[in-house]
Design a protein around this ligand. Structure first.
Ligand SMILES: [Zn+2]
Ligand SMILES: [Zn+2]
Length: 561
C-alpha cells in the first residue's frame, strides 16, 4: 500500500500559489497531493508551531567543474581547518568530506540539505568540460542540480559574430551547445573579455572593441540574449557583466541592461557590479542607481552575490578580472588557467575584512540592493558561493535582511567611515518570511522554468523544508526540523537521515541541425574532443550523474515569432 504522509498544522508559506496560511500538506509517491474527501493519510507528523516552505533552490553556486576542483587543491588548509587530516563524520550515513569555502562534493550536499535546500545550480560549466561538471554534481548527494554552459568568449561564437554570420546560425550554435552539454541555460562571463585578455587587453568596456575580433560586449550580450529567447530557453541569459569589481562599474552594468534592448536577462552577483566613484576613496555604493533601473526594467532579474566577512576563495571564469585582483590573494597564491580557448578560469583566495573600507562597503551594497529592489520575484538570494562567502552563511544573511536592529549592530562593527555614512542606515525595510520564500525558492524556480519545484501545490515534487518558528531567524533557517526530498525525509534537526541520489535539470531546445556540419569541421580542426564524442547523451548523463533522474525542463514554444 502506498503511504500518504500528512504534515499537520504548519504555517505554509507558498508564494507561487499565493498562500500564507495554516494548513495540512499531504505527500505521496514523492509528490504533493490533495486528498479526496473520503481519503485519509496513513502517517502523520505534527508540525504545529513550524513554518513550511518548498525546498530551497540556489540558482548560482559554484559546486562543480574545473575551477571548483582547482580551488580545492589550492586550499588544502580549508579541508584541514577543523581536524588534521580530516574529521570523520559522527553520522554513519555520511561519508568523510569537509571544507567550508571549498567543501568536497559530499559535504556540499549534506550542508545544503541540512539548511533546507534541495537544488543547486552550477553557473559556469564549459562545454568541453561538461562531463566532468555533471559527474561532480552527480557525486553531490541528495540535491538536484543543473548547470549553465558558458558562451560568448569561445572562438567560434566570436568568429561568427565578427564575420557577420546569419543570426540563425549563431542561434543554432547556442542550441547545439546547450543540448550537447545538457545545460539548463547559458552564462556569459565578461562578454568577450576573457577572450580579449588572451589578446593582451586588460579591460573591455561595453562599447569597446575586442582588438582581434572587433566586436563589443554589447553585441555579444544582445546576440546571446536573443538566441535564448528564440530557442525558447526558460532561463534568460545569465550575465556576469563587464568590469567586475572595478570602481565606477555601475556604468557598464547600466550599459549591459541597455544592451538587452528589452530582452530577458539575469544579471548575476550584481553586488560586484554596482560600484560608483564618489567620496574620498573614489569607491562608493551605486545600489540606489542600480535598484532604480532594475525596478524600471521588468525584463531584468538579478542575484546579489552578497559578501560575508571571513576567509573564502573566489573562483571565476573571468580570467581578466581575476588576473587584475591576484595581487590581493590571501593567502598569497592563485591560479589562472584556460581550456581550449572556450573561456577561462581564475582562482584567488580572499579574506573579506570588516575593517577594510572596500569590503565593508561591498557588504553594505549587497544589503542595499536586496532592500531597494521592489519586486522580490526578480531578486535571488546568493553569495555567489564561494566568491562572496560560503553558502553556509545564508541563515546569517537572512537574519540581516529580516531584522533591522541586528543589521545595525553588525554595521556598527565595520570600518568607521562606512558605518557612519552608509545609506543602509536609513533603510527601514525588513523582509518578511513570504519575501524570503520568494527569494530562496519560488523566485529561482520561476526564473529557471521549473514548474514543479519551488512551490507546494498538488503535483509539485515533495521537496519541503519545515522550520521551527524562532524570532532568531538565523537559528531558525540554519537548522530546519524536517527536510524532505522527493517525499523522503533527508534531514531531521540538522542531521542527515537519508542520502538519495539527486536528479539533473536540463533543457533540450530545438535547433536547425544544419549547423552540425560546420561544428564537425571546427572541432576536428580545433577541439581536443571530436564532434562524435562531445555531445552527452541521455544514458550517459544518467551514468555521469550517479544514476540520478533526468529532469528535462520544457522550453517555451516559438518565443521568437
Ligand atoms: Zn560570475
Ligand atoms: Zn559565480
Amino acid at each position: 500500500m502506498t503511504t500518504t504522509l500528512r504534515l499537520r498544522g504548519g504555517r505554509v508559506i507558498d508564494p507561487a500559489n499565493g498562500r500564507d496560511e495554516l494548513r495540512d500538506l499531504y505527500l505521496r509517491d514523492g509528490r504533493m497531493v490533495d486528498l479526496a474527501p473520503n481519503e485519509a493519510a496513513t502517517e502523520e507528523i505534527d508540525i504545529r508551531g513550524c513554518i513550511v516552505m518548498a525546498g530551497g533552490i540556489d540558482m548560482h553556486t559554484h559546486i562543480g567543474g574545473g575551477k571548483v576542483n582547482l580551488a580545492r587543491m589550492l586550499l588544502p588548509e580549508d579541508h584541514r581547518a577543523n581536524a588534521n587530516p580530516i574529521a570523520l563524520p559522527d553520522n554513519v550515513l555520511e561519508l568523510a568530506s569537509c571544507g567550508t569555502c571549498t567543501p568536497g562534493t559530499l559535504a556540499t550536499g549534506y550542508r545544503y540539505v541540512e539548511m533546507g535546500y534541495t537544488a543547486a545550480f552550477e553557473p559556469a560549466m564549459m562545454a568541453c568540460n561538461a562531463r566532468h561538471a555533471h559527474m561532480e554534481m552527480g557525486d553531490t548527494p541528495i540535491l538536484d542540480h543543473g548547470a549553465y554552459v558558458m558562451l560568448g568568449n569561445d572562438e567560434l561564437f566570436l568568429r561568427m559574430l565578427a564575420e557577420g554570420w546569419d543570426f540563425e546560425r549563431i542561434r543554432d550554435y547556442a542550441g547545439w551547445t546547450i543540448n550537447a552539454s545538457k545545460a539548463m541555460g547559458v552564462k556569459v562571463v565578461n562578454p568577450g573579455g576573457i577572450s580579449a585578455f588572451k589578446f593582451n587587453q586588460r579591460k573591455l568596456d561595453v562599447d569597446e572593441n575586442h582588438v582581434h575580433w572587433q566586436v563589443t560586449p554589447r553585441q555579444v550580450v544582445h546576440a546571446l540574449a536573443r538566441a535564448l529567447r528564440e530557442l525558447g530557453v526558460p532561463h534568460p541569459l545569465h550575465i556576469h557583466g563587464s568590469n567586475l569589481g572595478v570602481a565606477g562599474n555601475i556604468q557598464s552594468t547600466l550599459d549591459t541592461i541597455a544592451a538587452l534592448d528589452g530582452l530577458p536577462g539575469h544579471l548575476t552577483h550584481i553586488q560586484f557590479h554596482a560600484y560608483g566613484t564618489e567620496g574620498p576613496k573614489k569607491f562608493s555604493s551605486a545600489a540606489l542607481q542600480l535598484a532604480e533601473v532594475v525596478n524600471a526594467n521588468k525584463n531584468v532579474s538579478i542575484d546579489v552575490g552578497q559578501i560575508m566577512f571571513g576567509q573564502t576563495v573566489t573562483a571565476s571564469g573571468d580570467t581578466m578580472r581575476q588576473h587584475a585582483q591576484s595581487g590581493l590573494a590571501d593567502p598569497r597564491k592563485w591560479i589562472g588557467a584556460d581550456i581550449e580557448c572556450e573561456a577561462g578560469c581564475g582562482v584567488v583566495p580572499f579574506r573579506y575584512r570588516e575593517q577594510s573600507y572596500v569590503n565593508a562597503l561591498q557588504w553594505v551594497i549587497g544589503l542595499e540592493i536586496f532592500l531597494l529592489v521592489d519586486d522580490p520575484w526578480r531578486v535571488v538570494l546568493t553569495t555567489d558561493h564561494p566568491n562572496g562567502g560560503p553558502f553556509t552563511s545564508y541563515p546569517h544573511l537572512i537574519r540581516l535582511l529580516m531584522d533591522r536592529s541586528f543589521r545595525e549592530e553588525q554595521l556598527a562593527k565595520l570600518h568607521p567611515e562606512v558605518a557612519a555614512q552608509a545609506a543602509l542606515r536609513s533603510i527601514t525595510r525588513e523582509l518578511s518570511l513570504y519575501e524570503i520564500a520568494i527569494m530562496t525558492r519560488a523566485g529561482p524556480a520561476r526564473l529557471l522554468g521549473l514548474r514543479d519545484r519551488g512551490h507546494l501545490g498538488a503535483g509539485a515534487a515533495a521537496d519541503i523544508a519545515v522550520y521551527r518558528e524562532n524570532a532568531d531567524r538565523e537559528a531558525m533557517f540554519a537548522t530546519p526540523e524536517y527536510v524532505f526530498k522527493d517525499g523522503v525525509l533527508v534531514s531531521r534537526a540538522g542531521r542527515v537521515t537519508a542520502a538519495p541520489v539527486g536528479g539533473t535539470h536540463f533543457v533540450a531546445p530545438d535547433y536547425d541541425r544544419g549547423i552540425e556540419k560546420r561544428l564537425r569541421r571546427h572541432l576536428a580542426a580545433q577541439g581536443s574532443v571530436n564532434f562524435d564524442h562531445i555531445a552527452i547523451g541521455h544514458d550517459e548523463l544518467c551514468q555521469c550523474c550517479n544514476g540520478g533522474r533526468l529532469l528535462p525542463a520544457e522550453c517555451f514554444k516559438e518565443a521568437s515569432s
